[in-house]
Design a protein around this ligand. Structure first.
Ligand SMILES: Nc1nc2c(ncn2[C@@H]2O[C@H](COP(=O)(O)OP(=O)(O)OP(=O)(O)O)[C@@H](O)[C@H]2O)c(=O)[nH]1
Ligand SMILES: [Mg+2]
Length: 423
């Protein structure tokens, strides 16, 4: 298999005002290359005062890199930051290899992973918008290199390089996305009617969000079917939003959503494009911010997620910060900025540590306004009895002449709807 992987050299520059340690950032870039089905053969880091506007790195360094590529038989050079069209073209001419920047790499991964129609449209839109100002740098290598990293489109479509065509495509996709958006609001409306609270999992990619979702739906009744989501030790395993049902210890049913993970230097264009998918987060009642506690750069992970949440304007919602993978680290060794953390809890999703406590915390923090009621449901409305039995912890059930008496704590929305049944 190894021989099928595209051989890649990664290049980064270290600047005086870097927030992220360059080695850490390059490690992550290496993981991204892996996720794009490439293999990193070597890495080059250049320390600079500022970016070279023509070559990104120094021109001399570019020649050096060309030599490495010849020696090591490398096809593709991936840069740790976003490049301009001119930089791509100059680097390509000098190094004589395919040049891919971090943004394009991420777009490429998303392109090959997107499954839903909406996801594909979102990625395609982001790709076209990325390409538009860089066409000079792109035309050549698309024809020369024959595919691979940086050239993939969603659903195996070859990416267009003609300017007018791209502009038309952008309009076209934006129209289609509006249509999809409309349909989604319909679905959301339906969900609102069902009045179940929504809890959203958010956080850095590979933190364990999907693993946690799979564990939290275990709390459902035995008889209900559990639809597990995809888990993989790889960046961006999840792209599409999934929604599942679970149940709190108090019996209250709720919906839990899993969505795309974040990464540092995530292209803003991509966040823009994914705002539709991430909008789910806007409609949730509680956020669970999952962090990989064993990561070397906890603060970067915490910060990246918090910045994006701020961008999505959802910081007013209650947040539980879940430090996951505690099976790998000692609590006393954790170093992080407490200002980035709310309602923290330490768990291991994989080894079932702390999950009962987490459920209790969700129950506590999920804003819910309940009222103790007794409803009398006429016998010809058995469906309603089933609904309450399925969604609430019914404390008492009694049969009288005119119907079924149910005693339980009802939520605000259902209360308004069914208060005529109150006795
Ligand atoms: N050791 C350990 N590994 C875990 C734990 N939870 C998840 N993992 C592993 O971490 C990797 C990533 O897990 P996922 O659940 O796919 O992570 P995610 O946050 O959904 O990632 P993306 O979908 O890529 O954003 C998998 O290999 C999991 O098995 C844990 O508690 N302990
Ligand atoms: Mg996932």
């Amino acid at each position: 298999m190894e021989s099928n992987l595209e051989k890649v050299l990664i290049v980064g520059i270290e600047l005086p005002d870097d927030i992220i340690d360059i080695e850490t950032s390059m490690d992550e870039l290496q993981e991204l290359v892996k996720a794009a089905e490439g293999v990193v053969v070597s890495r080059v880091i250049q320390k600079r005062e500022k970016i070279n506007s023509a070559y990104f790195i120094g021109k001399g360094k570019a020649f050096e890199i060309k030599n490495y590529c010849d020696e090591l038989d490398i096809a593709t050079v991936v840069f740790n930051d976003e490049l301009t069209g001119a930089q791509i073209r100059n680097l390509e001419t000098t190094i004589n290899r395919k040049i891919v920047d971090r943004t394009n790499l991420i777009l490429d991964i998303f392109a090959s992973r997107a499954r839903s129609n909406e996801g594909k449209l979102q990625v395609k839109l982001a790709q076209l918008k990325y390409r538009l100002p860089r066409l000079i740098g792109f035309r050549d290598y698309l024809s020369r290199t024959g595919g691979g990293i940086g050239t993939r489109g969603p659903g195996e479509q070859k990416l267009e390089t003609d300017r007018r065509h791209i502009l038309r495509e952008i309009d076209n996709i934006e129209e289609q996305l509006k249509e999809v958006e409309k349909n989604r609001s319909v679905k959301r409306k339906k969900r609102e009617d069902s009045s179940l609270p929504i809890v959203s999992l958010v956080g850095y990619t590979n933190a364990g969000k999907s693993t946690l979702l799979n564990k939290l739906i275990e709390f459902k009744d035995e008889k209900e079917e559990k639809k597990y989501v995809y888990v993989e030790d790889m960046l961006f395993a999840t792209l599409d939003t999934s929604l599942r049902r679970s149940r709190l210890p108090n019996g209250q049913a709720f919906l839990i959503s899993d969505t795309v993970g974040f990464v540092s230097k995530l292209p803003t264009r991509l966040i823009e494009a994914f705002k539709g998918t991430l909008e789910e987060v806007n409609y949730s009642d509680l956020l669970i911010h999952v962090v990989d506690a064993s990561s070397k750069d906890l603060d970067i992970q915490l910060n990246t997620t918090m910045e994006i949440l701020k961008d999505l304007e959802v910081l007013d919602k209650p947040i539980i910060t879940v430090f996951n993978k505690m099976d790998k680290v000692d609590i006393s060794n954790l170093i992080y900025d407490n200002k980035l953390v709310d309602n923290k809890i330490f768990v291991s999703a994989r080894y079932d540590i702390g999950l009962d406590k987490l459920m209790k915390l969700i129950e506590e923090l999920l804003p819910q306004k309940y009222k103790e009621v007794t409803l009398k449901i006429p016998f010809d409305e058995q469906g309603l009895v089933n609904y309450f039995m399925n969604n609430y912890e019914v404390k008492n059930i009694d049969y009288v002449e005119e119907g079924t008496l149910l005693e339980f704590a009802i939520n605000q929305i259902d209360y308004e709807k069914y208060k005529t049944y109150m006795v």
